[in-house]
Write a protein that binds this ligand. Structure first.
Ligand SMILES: NC(=O)c1ccc[n+]([C@@H]2O[C@H](COP(=O)([O-])OP(=O)(O)OC[C@H]3O[C@@H](n4cnc5c(N)ncnc54)[C@H](OP(=O)(O)O)[C@@H]3O)[C@@H](O)[C@H]2O)c1
Length: 251
């Protein structure tokens, strides 16, 4: 029975959804982040300060919890802290295709996955594709210039963070399951299509220019190593996300 759950990074994009879902399920939730949080307790949610890079606050945050959902990395301090705290079920969010795309952040996440799997802590890892918010934030940055550069031949399969957060909360309430099937968004769209949808949603016009991204990372993204078309289980398309987020995107 899972009664108390720590959500590390519980104020972030996906973490705050996990917190809400667990809270709605009647679980006592503790949130750890470096400090951009209200502090104290709000309802059944307790906010504590800590840092996964230094290990500060982790022992106290893990004390008495049945599960910990890690919506942040790296894991090299959190895993030994979980072992010392009586091995709660550790749920970790990772990224689809991290073994195929030689991007340094992805290589660090792959090392985190291995650390967790070899640690002796009961664990569950869910890999997902990029969140809609993340793709929209990237497009927003590229749209700052009147000429919008787009990586030639790249596609994404964005997924809604609300669905990912719900899935992570459900996994935290269940038994440790190891690596569970990947979770991708409902459609694979080229960056040109994504940019078109984004620009229409924010009411902007930009000249779009395709630029080839050289090197192994550029090639791996062109090959679609980060996509999972067979696991297109998310139900919210990018266009619907943009419509829901329209007010925020205009800011
Ligand atoms: N974004 C995507 O498209 C995507 C896709 C697949 C998987 N993921 C994975 O999902 C996870 C969360 O992504 P996200 O986009 O939700 O991140 P995010 O919005 O940047 O949130 C990160 C959270 O972690 C906290 N945090 C950051 N550094 C910390 C540290 N050193 N110690 C403790 N807490 C820290 C932040 O709060 P403070 O700033 O207050 O510390 C915040 O609560 C990441 O592991 C990422 O690899 C993301």
């Amino acid at each position: 029975m899972t009664n108390r759950v720590l959500v590390v990074g519980g104020t972030g994009r996906v973490g705050r959804i996990v917190v809400q879902r667990l809270h709605d399920a009647g679980v006592q939730v503790r949130v750890l982040s470096r400090g951009h949080h209200p502090g104290g307790s709000a309802g059944a949610v307790q906010y504590v300060t800590g840092d996964v890079t230094t290990g500060a606050g982790l022992a106290e945050a893990l004390d008495g919890v049945d599960a910990a959902v890690a919506c942040v990395d790296p894991m090299d301090q959190l895993v030994p802290a979980a072992l010392a705290a009586g091995t709660p079920h550790l749920v970790y969010i990772s990224i689809v295709g991290i073994e195929k795309v030689p991007f340094s952040y992805y290589q660090r996440k792959l090392a985190d996955e291995k650390l967790i799997a070899d640690s002796g802590v009961p664990w569950t890892v869910l890999r997902t594709t990029q969140f809609h918010d993340f793709v929209a934030a990237g497009l927003r940055m590229l749209a700052k210039s009147p000429v919008m550069p787009l990586p030639a031949g790249w596609s994404f399969q964005p997924v809604d963070a609300r669905e990912v957060g719900a899935a992570l909360a459900e996994l935290a309430l269940g038994e440790p399951a190891g690596r569970v099937p990947d979770m991708g968004g409902p459609e694979v769209l080229g960056v040109g299509e994504l940019a078109g949808l984004y620009l229409a949603a924010v009411g902007k016009h930009r000249l779009r220019v395709s630029l080839p991204v050289p090197g192994r990372v550029g090639r791996a993204f062109r090959s679609g190593g980060h996509l999972t078309p067979d696991r297109a289980v998310g139900t919210v398309p990018f266009g619907r996300y943009l419509a829901d987020a329209a007010a925020d995107l205009q800011r």
